[in-house]
Ligand binder design. Structure first.
Ligand code: OXD
Ligand code: MN
Length: 592
């Protein structure tokens, strides 16, 4: 018997009976097991050794070129009733989905090894953590799961103690895009993924469990599973505030989580601590504050754009013991992507590099590295109780209108700011890039139930005794008339975070406007920063006609969630509409 938990043993046996693997391997998560898997993958070409002098224990995986990103149109939430999945999800009836998946899985592991991966999302001894078991026929998935989760014997022991786990069944199948589905069965706490080896579709602990299934678990149990980084900002007095921030995929979460303070800040003693770069689980503590854990143990980050200038901490993190996927390589066999110095000789598909074929590295090429390798990894990241959150930040890629930063007047307004989030699409998902789409709380691809119910769940945290974080909205991507970014971003974003923390501590008054509280221009520390003339005014301006149109568009978007749209959220949108219709008081000079 491989497990003392009959339900786990039975499920593995049932899956083996359906898929007919040649071998079954229960993963213990040991280094020896990882090394053996890597050796096996090097031998069969799944992994390619990179330059071991410059990048010790780093390997490259080239995926099937038709399998390079999450596929939202094939990602399905199978609630019993379609209304429960909401207009924000693709839906299939559970019985139909099971029939489809059973047919795909039948005999699919013939000649392959079935790996059983027990894992824990979150610190192994945290009551906020939740466990799962992924079954897969991909050794690449096993190796990535070992980096991304607490995987192996300790997780299995917890599962056997608690008797509960999320089940995830994955097979690469034939990697045929026509035979690819990523199905979620929230009521059964079950995931089934077939036909893809790409991270977000195949490392089932990440998006499938920690967001789509966990959002359902969180709703049922009174917590939040969010697409957010968690970062600790330590001021020169030694006080650390933790901030959770939601941005859509490939909008800089990893960079913000590992931010390097500008020189003046460093000299003054500011420090930044990374707790997580992608997912955040939050729950109210006994003192009424929200406490957060990062359920992941590693980073599955977007490589292009990561450089010594943009994110030196990430570069240090991935200098060793890293799996690279779909990057290019240099003549001396180092990993390479757009944004790095040097020249690629081989592109992400293994072809001699030719600019006529497009970028050398795939725009969604990735690195997988243990969070422990990050120079700014927080000593609180393993704290079982989590870290208290002082501020929640929403943001997206908005070339115009949205100011650099604004603060919600209260929690309800904050929920509206999150629900109204929009962003230009990126390469993290298949489809057109650069198109504006609404992406509430950056959860559009990840919320495992009806958005209307999700907004209601958020609103419900505002209850007697709650000491909720302040809520902000930022826009690092605002462009001027010449099409250039108005704000330099990256480390300079700390200037904006400092203002937020001043608001949290009550030392900045801000300026009330109909859309929220903005910094007074003298409240942002701009010492040592060269902004283009007029840039700050533009970054902090409130374009009333533009906002009136935006609020109308938000209202129309939210109406799509009726009849489940919480009346309180509709009323809040109406309140802002009314505020925009009242003439600007003379003091609010930023309002045009
Ligand atoms: C990710 C994503 O991989 O959001 O984190 O796509
Ligand atoms: Mn993400």
């Amino acid at each position: 018997m491989a497990s003392t938990l009959p339900a786990l043993e039975r499920w593995v046996n049932d899956v083996a009976a359906l898929t007919h693997p040649a071998h079954v391997h229960w993963c213990d998560g040991s280094q020896a097991e990882y090394d053996a898997l890597v050796a096996h993958m090097l031998a069969d070409g799944t992994l390619i050794e990179l330059n071991q002098q410059t990048h010790p224990r780093c390997y490259l995986h080239r995926s099937d070129p038709r399998d390079v990103a999450r596929v939202e149109r094939l990602t399905v939430i199978c609630h019993e009733h379609e209304e429960d999945a909401g207009p924000n999800n693709h839906w299939m009836a559970p019985a139909a989905a099971h029939a489809k998946m059973d047919a795909l899985f039948a005999g699919c592991m013939r000649g392959r090894t079935l790996y059983v991966i027990p894992y824990c999302m979150g610190p192994i001894d945290s009551t906020l953590a939740r466990c799962g078991v992924e079954i897969t026929d991909s050794p690449y998935v096993v190796a990535n799961m070992r980096i991304m989760t607490r995987m192996g014997a300790a997780a299995q022991a917890r599962i056997e103690r608690e008797g509960e786990f999320v089940r995830g069944l994955h097979s690469v199948g034939e990697l045929d895009p026509e035979r690819r589905w990523i199905m979620h069965f929230p009521a059964e706490r079950l995931i089934q993924s077939f036909g893809s080896g790409y991270g977000g579709n195949a490392l089932l602990g990440k998006k499938c469990h920690a967001l789509r299934i966990a959002s359902n678990q969180g709703r049922d149990e009174g917590w939040l599973a969010e697409h957010m980084l968690i970062v600790g900002i330590q001021n020169p007095q030694g006080k650390t505030h933790y901030i959770a921030a939601a941005f859509p995929s490939a909008c800089g979460k990893t960079n913000l989580a590992m931010l390097i303070p500008p020189e003046g800040y460093r000299a003054a003693g500011w420090k930044v601590w990374t707790v997580g770069d992608d997912i955040c689980w939050m729950r109210p503590g006994a003192d009424g504050r929200l406490y957060a854990i990062n359920p992941e143990a590693g980073f599955f980050g977007v490589a292009p754009g990561t450089s010594a200038a943009t994110n030196p901490n990430a570069l240090a993190t991935i200098a060793h013991d890293t799996i690279y996927t779909n990057v290019a390589v240099t003549a001396d066999n180092q990993p390479w992507w757009e944004g790095l110095p040097g020249t690629p000789v081989t592109d992400w598909q293994g072809r001699p590099y030719d600019p006529a074929n497009g970028p050398a590295a795939h725009p969604n090429s990735r690195f997988t590295a243990s969070a422990r390798q990050c120079p700014t990894w927080s000593d609180q990241a393993e704290a079982p109780q989590g870290v208290p959150i002082s501020a929640i930040v929403f943001g997206g890629r908005r070339p115009n209108l949205l100011p650099l930063v604004m603060e919600a007047r209260d929690w309800t307004h904050g929920v509206l700011l999150g629900a109204a989030m929009g962003s230009e699409t990126t390469a993290a998902a298949a489809g057109a890039v650069g198109v504006l789409r609404r992406d509430p709380m950056a959860m559009k691809p990840f919320c495992g139930y009806h958005y209307g119910d999700y907004f209601a769940h958020w609103l419900a945290f505002d209850r007697p005794g709650a000491k909720l974080p302040r809520v902000f909205h930022v826009n690092w991507f605002r462009k001027g008339a010449d099409g250039r970014f108005l704000w330099p971003g990256f480390g300079e974003n700390l200037r904006v975070l400092e203002w937020m923390l001043a608001r949290v501590e009550g030392s900045a008054s801000g300026m009330d406007t109909p859309i929220g509280t903005l910094p007074r221009p003298n409240e942002l520390n701009l010492a040592g920063l060269k902004l283009a003339p007029g840039a700050l005014d533009e970054l902090l301006a409130v374009d009333r006609p533009g906002w009136q149109a935006e609020l109308a568009a938000i209202g129309e978007y939210l109406a799509g969630f009726a009849p489940r749209l919480p009346p309180k959220l509709h009323a809040e949108q109406q309140r802002v509409v009314a505020a925009l219709a009242t003439p600007a008081p003379r003091a609010a000079t930023a309002v045009a």
